[in-house]
Design a protein around this ligand. Structure first.
Ligand SMILES: Nc1ncnc2c1ncn2[C@@H]1O[C@H](COP(=O)(O)OP(=O)(O)OP(=O)(O)O)[C@@H](O)[C@H]1O
Ligand SMILES: [Mg+2]
Length: 364
């Protein structure tokens, strides 16, 4: 069990104080007294929420995507046939989440995205409004006033610049308006909390997402290093789409349908596999570079495990290529097991949930 309250290091704003004790008689019928709290993975590609009820862990997700559509009869008819609900944003018609992804795939178009490379997309005027609607659709009502909701934020990238603090503050305000007491944490540290309990929270958590790749090195639940690399599934999609002359959405669809980057079966899969290899090679080289920076290099006597989570780690052959690339670099630390998380897609949300639950328990 971590001794310290695991709060995000790089977010300048002080994390909110621990939840106030909640009297048992006020509890929601779904909630056992020791399992209040909600985890929220605010991802570039997917938003995932997790909570625990008396029936077990419950997870909900939505694609973090939308599409403004034409307000004409033929579009409405098509949406009706496809059983797709419309929303209105200011005077415009819009579809959200999985529907937006499927509808744009139908026309081989790209979806619009409220987030880009881990943070709110500055190029989408209505990004915050849309994200608010998507989060509302995924999140539950707080079961008690000020139930803790812990969301994740990316670490500052080593190869790019972005305003993580602005992103953090917008999400914090959004969730507090929903009635939650808000807590934030680093995305890759959530992987450590979800997956490395048996290793005393010592090891490396890596979240391979849509917009970026987040890395956290932890020793006994204390964060030694956290950083990100500004590449992920979207980078693979954009580059493969460019040479295949199809939309990035189509590429994402091919990946998600199930393929193996070591044993591709079609020309499209071969191309996607090539960019996948470039991506894996790139982030492993960036990790090695960071580990060799004189003031940063982590020190471990015993081998430590590396755990991968996130949608981009789910492709067949991922670990095989990771192991090949790891052999080509010197991380400067002894590496133990290299594995995937038990539930890669929901792992970050589950780590955030763990943090929210610990905060609730400490406040009791
Ligand atoms: N089964 C799968 N095989 C390969 N890729 C997949 C699979 N499922 C999802 N993906 C890809 O994973 C990416 C999304 O992963 P994830 O949901 O972890 O990202 P995110 O958390 O939204 O993004 P980020 O953490 O970068 O902000 C997308 O590029 C998607 O196409
Ligand atoms: Mg993510």
């Amino acid at each position: 069990m971590p001794k310290k309250k695991p709060v995000k290091k790089s977010v300048k704003k002080a994390a909110p104080k621990a939840a106030k004790p909640v009297h048992a008689k006020k509890l929601h019928p779904d909630a056992a007294p020791d399992i209040l709290g909600v985890g929220l993975d605010m991802g570039t590609a997917n938003i995932v929420a997790a909570r625990e009820t008396l029936r077990g862990k419950e997870v909900r997700h939505s694609r973090n995507a939308f599409l403004f559509i034409r307000d004409d009869d033929s579009t409405k008819e098509l949406l009706g046939k496809m059983n797709i609900a419309q929303q209105r944003i200011k005077e415009r018609h819009c579809i959200l989440g999985k529907d937006a992804f499927e509808f744009s795939n139908y026309f081989d178009r790209a979806t619009q995205r409220p987030m880009n490379v881990g943070v709110i997309n500055p190029l989408e005027r209505d990004a915050i409004h849309v994200m608010n609607l998507i989060v509302k659709g995924v999140l539950w009502e707080p079961r008690v006033p000020n139930e803790v909701c812990c969301f994740c934020v990316p670490a500052q990238p080593v190869d790019g610049a972005m305003d993580v603090n602005y992103h953090h503050n917008v999400i914090e305000i959004m969730l507090s308006v929903f009635g939650y007491q808000v807590l934030s944490m680093n995305e890759a540290y959530a992987v450590v909390l979800a997956e490395l309990q048996e290793k005393n929270f010592t090891g490396i958590g890596i979240s391979c997402g849509g917009g970026m790749t987040n890395i956290c090195v932890s020793f006994k639940a204390v964060v030694i290093m956290e950083f990100s690399v500004a590449q992920g599934g979207d980078w693979i999609d954009a580059h493969a789409a460019n040479v295949l002359n199809i939309s990035p959405n189509k590429v994402a669809g091919i990946k998600e349908k199930g393929m193996n980057i070591v044993r591709p079966e079609t020309m499209e899969q071969t191309t996607i596999g090539l960019f996948y290899r470039n991506y894996i090679k790139y982030f492993i080289e960036k990790i090695a570079e960071e580990f060799h920076k004189p003031d940063k290099s982590p020190q471990f006597d015993e081998p430590i495990d590396i755990v991968f989570a996130g949608g981009t780690s789910m492709v067949g052959g991922f670990l095989e290529v990771v192991r090949q690339e790891l052999k080509k670099v010197d991380l400067g630390i002894p590496v133990g097991e290299v594995r995937k998380a038990a539930d890669p897609f929901n792992c970050v949300a589950k780590g955030c949930l763990y943090n929210a639950q610990q905060t609730y328990k400490q406040g009791k």
